[in-house]
Ligand binder design. Structure first.
Ligand code: HEC
Length: 192
């Protein structure tokens, strides 16, 4: 192989490896800098992200999602749906890049497609989204079909599910973390 092709393929391989999408398995704190001990936000389970670099046990990550209006402190998974990917405190430092802005629904709400970069602990990430969804589906099946028949996730919209699940969680032995995972699972398999 000619040297320049070798370099080109190594370069392509490196950029491919770097761009691989990972998914958050458990709610993860975010940090403004690598030195920060105090969390400045959180990323919810099943949220996709890309690791840009790692340093001192932390990872600098890029999340892609949507902001409603000018409110950048909440990153949503999809346009017009209240599926929370990440939430930041008032004091948090993170970078937001707006890719495009669209009007959504009859109220013509402004939603912006953005990327956000922040630091997290370099853990609780997986590239196996299906395994994560299986775990959630299993929790849903075991805990949400005890008293009544299991409601199909397609019965409610992504915006309806959080209130439904919130009212039911106290009746199940699900932990708060498991509840968050089940909520994300139901919202991401909801009626469109
Ligand atoms: C301990 C029993 C019990 C468990 C466990 C339970 N539910 Fe329910 N669920 C009920 C009862 C009773 C109702 C009837 C309405 C009410 O009492 O709120 C209901 C109603 C519902 C409804 C209908 C609400 C509507 O507006 O139509 C949905 C959807 C639902 N549950 C989903 C779930 C989900 C999701 C879970 C798991 C996180 C779950 N349930 C776990 C007892 C339970």
């Amino acid at each position: 192989m000619k040297k320049r092709y070798l370099f080109l393929s190594l370069f392509l391989l490196a950029s491919f490896v770097q761009a691989k999408t990972q998914y958050v398995t458990k709610t993860l704190p975010t940090y403004s800098t690598t030195e920060d001990a105090k969390a400045s936000g959180k990323i919810l389970p099943t949220t996709p992200l890309e690791v840009i670099k790692t340093q001192d046990g932390k990872a600098f990550v890029k999340l892609t999602g949507w902001n409603k209006g000018k409110m950048t402190r909440i990153l949503y998974f999809s346009k017009g749906e209240r599926i929370i990917s990440a939430a930041f405190s008032k004091k948090a430092k993170y970078e937001v890049k707006v890719l495009k802005t669209e009007e959504v629904g009859t109220k013509k709400d402004q939603w912006s497609n953005v990327t956000i970069t922040t630091w997290i602990d370099n853990k609780e990430l997986t590239d196996d989204l299906n395994a994560l969804y299986s775990k959630a589906a299993n929790l849903y099946e075991k805990n949400c079909g005890l008293c009544h028949a299991k409601h199909p996730t397609k019965e409610f919209s992504a915006n309806q599910w959080p209130a439904v699940i919130k009212g039911m969680i106290p009746r199940t032995p699900l932990s708060k973390e498991e509840g968050l995972l089940v909520t994300q699972y139901a919202q991401k398999h909801a009626k469109k």
